[in-house]
Design a protein around this ligand. Structure first.
Ligand code: TEU
Length: 560
């Protein structure tokens, strides 16, 4: 086996530290909370942990706004706690991947404070400062340097009275975009990476890394009818110098490390062709990317706040396109969930009548693909969306900004809340459900965001070591990847079925193959027949195996 691609047999577990486990009773999860729960990850069979940001931050976007890249935010603990966590993970044979958020910093980062001190600041060019649009008075409506909207509502520009200029922020106004055109910026990012590598980290998940290269002219984007802002996406998605920047980072930071460091690029809006360029090992950029196509199919024409129903077979079709598109070169990062996405069992499964079967069927269909699967905390328990009933229960800046903007536009609050219940990121951020006890065993205090009331029936305590549980199904899937080279290295081929809601595919390596069949619906359907000598290696429902698949039944057969 090639030791340089160790991650081909790995499964990554994402921890959102704020919501994982609170050790000191302040209602917020922390590093010691993670250290205390490592047995959960060991039981699951995980071998890589990705931590969402734990750096010093004003927490405008829960840590995706960093004010010091070399410090742990006190709410999460100390550098000593961090070192202890690294040691504890390594001792158990696990690796640690850090979140690298370098498309933007916090506006409270000293780099930005310095940059904002005036047009003559030596760091002025580290961010994107621009004068008002010609003929307009700074700060007046429409005077922004271009028409781009921010991902978090409102314009992508904020006016600075003192200098009479605007700065660019693709996300919140407290998240100014770094100017990667400036080589000092790139060198500073490389330094940060080396600092954490020297501290023992094993890789990076790079936040919106496809947005770091902007078209230097920052041209206006097309405005859709009725829309308030232009769509700048074509001018900063996989921009002109993206691949150059990634190759430079590889050469300056990642190359030559004794055990290959894992790199995962988060790339909303990335196409298969761009992803292949970024993950073809011969090009020395990244190991894998997160694409967003399969989690955008239920977004309407104006985006996530106009959710539409999609059919699960379209979701599967999209994943198949990615399997085929990255078969010859490149590698897939496989995920249903993360801290930005609603819970998959509520979104594409059926969290009411077929909660267990749909959670485990969706897991099977994803984990048996070629690529590196990611499990987001609580997914292995079948955690569901949160029944938010009031605005006061929400915490996410994206949702709160959207409410303010929509209501100002005259939208009905009820309708806005309904969309947030479907698409909102807080669905993924409710506390990890450890027990059926108070606050789900997450904290002894009032948690920073409400616990899902269903922790009385969905929790780790009731599932770990319990045959047939969602947790045990994930454990079995992860074990199969680690022990079976067909899962990690085999080819992927979709098998055509007459019923679009029954999906089937084959994984093959030499003479061995696995046949995966799943019914992705609420009613029984005809199974795809396996050859007579096939052996059933995994199944998510009980009862006799017949030529009918139960609702959301998934089977994995081995064929020799
Ligand atoms: O997310 C980037 C991203 O494009 C979206 O998933 C975003 O969360 C939003 O839903 C757009 O509608 C990354 C992080 O994962 C996210 O938590 C951060 O808020 C964002 O970047 C900014 O750092």
């Amino acid at each position: 086996r090639d030791p340089h691609s160790w991650w081909r047999t790995s499964v990554v577990y994402q921890i959102y530290p704020r919501s994982f486990a609170d050790s000191n009773g302040d209602g917020v999860g922390d590093l010691r909370g993670i250290i205390e729960h490592l047995d959960h990850l060991v039981d699951l069979g995980i071998d890589v942990v990705w931590l969402s940001p734990i750096y010093a931050s004003p927490h405008a976007d829960n840590g995706y706004d960093i004010s010091d890249y070399r410090a742990i935010d006190p709410v999460f603990g100390t550098l000593d706690d961090f070192d202890e966590l690294v040691e504890a993970l390594h001792l158990r044979g696990m690796r640690l991947v850090m979140d690298l958020v370098v498309n933007h910093t916090s506006d409270e980062h000293p780099w930005f404070v310095e940059s904002a001190s005036g047009p003559d600041s030596p760091k002025r060019d580290w961010y994107w400062w621009r004068p008002p649009r010609a003929g307009r008075i700074g700060g007046s409506p429409g005077a922004e340097p271009n028409n781009w909207g921010s991902f978090f509502s409102g314009p992508a520009w904020t006016y600075d009275e003192a200098s009479g200029e605007y700065y660019l922020h693709l996300f919140a106004r407290k998240q100014p975009d770094l100017n990667w055109e400036n080589r000092e910026v790139r060198a500073a990012v490389h330094d940060v990476m080396r600092w954490w590598i020297d501290r023992g980290v094993d890789g990076f998940r790079m936040d919106v890394i496809n947005l770091i290269s902007k078209h230097p002219d920052l041209p206006d984007g097309p405005v859709r009818s009725g829309g308030a802002y232009g769509d700048g996406f074509p001018h900063y998605n996989c921009g002109p110098r993206l691949h150059e920047f990634l190759q430079e980072m590889h050469e300056h930071v990642l190359e030559g490390h004794p055990s290959h460091l894992l790199t995962i690029g988060e790339m909303p809006g990335v196409t298969i062709d761009q992803a292949r360029l970024a993950t073809d090992p011969a090009r020395r950029e990244l190991d894998m990317v997160f694409q967003f196509e399969h989690v955008s199919l239920d977004h309407g024409p104006t985006g996530k706040w106009e959710p539409t129903r999609t059919s699960i077979d379209r979701v599967f079709d999209t994943l198949v396109e990615w399997q085929e598109g990255l078969a010859a070169a490149g590698w897939n990062g496989l995920y249903w969930n993360n801290h930005d996405q609603p819970r998959v069992v509520s979104r594409f499964g059926n969290d009411r009548e077929h909660w267990h079967a749909s959670a485990t069927a969706l897991a099977t269909v994803l984990h048996m693909q070629r690529g590196t699967p990611f499990v987001y905390q609580g997914e292995e328990l079948g955690m569901t969306n949160m029944p938010f009933s009031d605005m006061a229960e929400l915490r996410d800046i994206e949702s709160l900004n959207h409410i303010a903007e929509a209501v100002a536009r005259g939208a009905e609050l009820d309708g806005v809340l309904a969309a947030i219940r479907w698409s909102g990121r807080d669905n993924a951020r409710t506390p990890m459900q450890w027990t059926h006890g108070p606050h789900a065993g997450f904290t002894t205090a009032e948690p920073w965001i409400g616990v899902n009331p269903n922790h009385d029936r969905i929790n780790a305590h009731d599932q770990r070591g319990v045959p047939g549980s969602v947790f045990e199904h994930y454990r079995a899937l992860i074990a199969l990847r680690r022990t079976d080279r067909v899962v990690s290295d085999g080819t992927f081929a979709r098998l055509t079925t007459t019923d679009p809601l029954v999906v089937a595919f084959e994984r093959r390596l030499g003479d061995e193959s696995l046949l995966v069949v799943a019914n992705l619906s609420d009613v029984p359907r005809h199974a795809v027949e396996a050859p007579a000598d096939a052996v059933l290696v995994l199944r998510n429902v009980l009862g006799p195996v017949t030529n009918l698949l139960a609702p959301w039944e998934a089977r994995v057969h081995r064929i020799r």
